[in-house]
Design a protein. Structure first.
Length: 633
């Protein structure tokens, strides 16, 4: 066998030519007629019709169900993207996208504007974009955690508003500054307004106070959905550490509702809380951030005898009771307090060592301290002897007390003036029952270059004057710190006033940069805590009156080496402006402006039927199929 195999491999078999039977069969059956077949005219028409139908289907035609279609050239779409749109944002974008999709058949172009200022004098927008480009732009838009800038938006649109065939404005029902004027501006155009439901406007939670781990909140809502709910407590790392349910009947407020809620936290939890969230709603307004200091501020209260109890008729008694909850109180003689590194010193009218320490006081204030001095009968005696001291001398105090006891006809002059926007007490409201019966007037109501009138009566006379002395402040109350001349020291606003004074005072042991806070966690327009961007700047609390919620300082948590600062949106929005109520004729809800049916699938079906019909005729012509039948009778 190996030999045979070797032989066959070396000498292969000779090839033999054999004709394939199928070829022989074709050669034997040659056609007599060599001319090509000619298709019938019907087949040619069907094939051309099939080609035309396929091309028509590829052009994606529509059937318009509207009787009248307005072929607009350029439409304007304005989308409010403020904090109030956070919970309705997805619905709003879907509605606009649906409208643009429905108008794809029309050769429309779209100019789209948002409503918030993204950077200085800049509002995100695009002009004259196709439907596809407009849809792409919509997917890039997001809400921002501050209010709309309608004044800037109106300036950007300017005289072009009349060039648009239609103007669509998607906004919320809450009234905000500038909204009414912007509406008047848009009314000159072909305006269509889409208002969301009241339930879509997110509630607003505001932290009021904390007393012995009892936290008080005010919750505002345009819909009556705050009779019960949940308040979640989070630490600085956004971890949920406590949850508290509440149930309490809300009360009407402006054109909405308000609820006052209290929750008691365990002490170990209270020390860890960084912010609160209402009802698990993700929105800039449903989260409120705490301002937390590393340690209590030390307040000095003067007393001639530190071993004795503070007396009821002295200012130090009322202030100690009101301030000791949030601050460390040091009661000592004025001489000893000036040697301590503390934040603020309060000097009662009864302290007879004030005049003896004028130089030391001036030096202490110059180095950054804040001293508060009360007037009274003892100061009047010094004024009559012209021994008020060189610090008070520039104020030009009168040595005669101005008394209105029994003078009912001019009692209105004793009401307090409202605090100006530039005042550190701007957010405080003086109760109506607070009255002043006596006070130490000044000889010239006009403010001097040395002193500034911080709190005044409606007759222009000051009750609290302030003098800036280098790095510190000297404040003088024209009344004593007890109930003898006024019931102000017994009012709750008295403590609020001192809390503001304490916040503004630098103090001897506070570093110069302790009022500057860097952004730590920023809340987005959708309510998520995110890392700050390069555009977010530091907060300088020394310029508290100039703080805003905007692109540079969005709401969130700011911190320095010592403290955390909660920058909350509630501090910068008004909840009592009511509702936006445009005339009914401007409102619309139907976003599918063009009713159409896509015909592509139907045309492909027609093409398939034509193809089948053409094949049937072809097979019949070739005799491959027959439709005739023979019937035997």
């Amino acid at each position: 066998m190996p030999f045979v195999w070797k032989f066959l491999k070396t000498f292969p078999l000779a090839p033999k030519l054999t004709k394939f039977p199928a070829i022989i069969l074709l050669l034997k059956n040659k056609s007599i007629d060599d001319s090509p077949d000619q298709n019938s005219i019907s087949i040619v028409i069907l094939r051309l019709l099939l080609l035309f139908v396929i091309i028509l289907a590829l052009s994606n035609p529509y059937y318009l169900r509207n009787q009248i279609i307005d072929n607009s050239q350029n439409n304007l779409i304005i989308i409010d993207n403020s904090w109030a749109s956070s919970t309705s944002w997805e619905r709003k974008i879907n509605d606009v996208s649906r409208m643009i999709q429905s108008e794809k058949i029309l050769s429309n172009t779209y100019t789209i504007f948002s409503s918030t200022e993204l950077s200085k004098n800049k509002i995100i927008h695009v002009k004259r974009k196709s439907a596809v480009e407009a849809l792409e732009f919509l997917n890039t838009l997001t809400p921002q955690p501050w209010i709309s800038n309608y004044d800037l938006l109106q300036k950007k649109l300017g005289g072009e508003i009349n060039k648009f065939n239609k103007v669509y404005w998607l906004t919320e029902k809450n009234m905000t500054p500038g909204k009414e004027g912007f509406f008047d501006f848009l009314k000159q155009s072909n305006l269509f307004i889409n208002l969301g439901d009241l339930s879509e406007i997110p509630p607003i939670i505001e932290f009021d106070s904390n007393n012995k781990n009892t936290y008080k909140f005010s919750i505002y809502s345009y819909s009556n959905s705050i009779n019960n709910g949940i308040i979640d407590c989070f630490d600085i790392n956004q971890r949920l550490i406590f949850r508290k349910e509440f149930e309490k009947e809300s009360e009407t407020y402006s054109e909405g509702y308000m609820n006052k809620v209290e929750i008691l936290l365990p002490k170990d939890i209270s020390n860890k809380v960084a912010f609160f969230q209402f009802n698990q709603i993700n929105s800039p307004s449903t989260k409120t951030f705490l301002t937390k200091t590393a340690e209590k501020k030390v307040i000095g209260i003067t007393s001639s005898d530190i071993n004795s109890e503070l007396q009821l008729d002295k200012a130090n008694y009322y202030l100690r009771k009101g301030l000791e909850k949030n601050h460390e109180i040091s009661v000592d003689s004025l001489e000893n307090l000036l040697k301590k590194k503390i934040k603020l010193i309060i000097v009662d009218d009864s302290q007879n060592t004030y005049l003896k320490n004028q130089k030391q006081i001036y030096e202490w204030i110059s180095n950054g301290g804040t001293l508060v001095k009360f007037g009274g009968e003892n100061l009047i005696k010094d004024l009559k002897k012209k021994e008020e001291g060189f610090i008070l001398e520039p104020l030009l105090l009168s040595s005669e007390v101005r008394s209105f006891e029994g003078a009912l006809s001019i009692s209105k002059l004793l009401e307090f003036s409202k605090f100006s926007k530039n005042s550190i007490f701007y957010n405080l409201n003086v109760p109506e029952d607070v009255e002043v019966r006596k006070y130490i007037p000044i000889k010239n109501i006009i403010e001097s270059s040395s002193y500034k009138n911080v709190i005044t009566l409606k007759n222009g006379e000051p009750i609290l004057s302030m003098r800036k002395i280098k790095n510190g402040n000297f404040l003088f109350f024209h009344i004593p710190g007890n109930n003898d001349w006024s019931n102000l020291p017994l009012s709750i606003i008295f403590i609020d006033i001192f809390e503001k004074i304490i916040d503004e005072s630098e103090g001897m042991n506070i570093r110069k940069n302790s009022k500057i806070f860097k952004p730590h966690k920023i809340i987005s327009g959708l309510g998520d805590l995110v890392e700050p961007s390069a555009q977010n700047l530091n907060l300088d609390l020394r310029k508290r009156n100039k703080l805003y919620i905007n692109y540079n300082n969005p709401p969130g948590i700011y911190k320095n080496n010592f403290d955390y600062y909660g920058h909350n949106i509630k501090d910068f929005i008004k909840t009592d402006l009511g509702l936006f109520k445009p005339v009914e004729k401007y409102l619309f809800k139907d976003f599918e402006k063009v009713k159409s049916v896509e015909l592509k699938s139907y045309i492909y079906l027609v093409a398939l039927l034509i193809f089948l019909f053409e094949n049937i005729i072809t097979y019949k012509n070739r005799g491959l199929i027959s439709f005739s039948k023979k019937f035997n009778d």
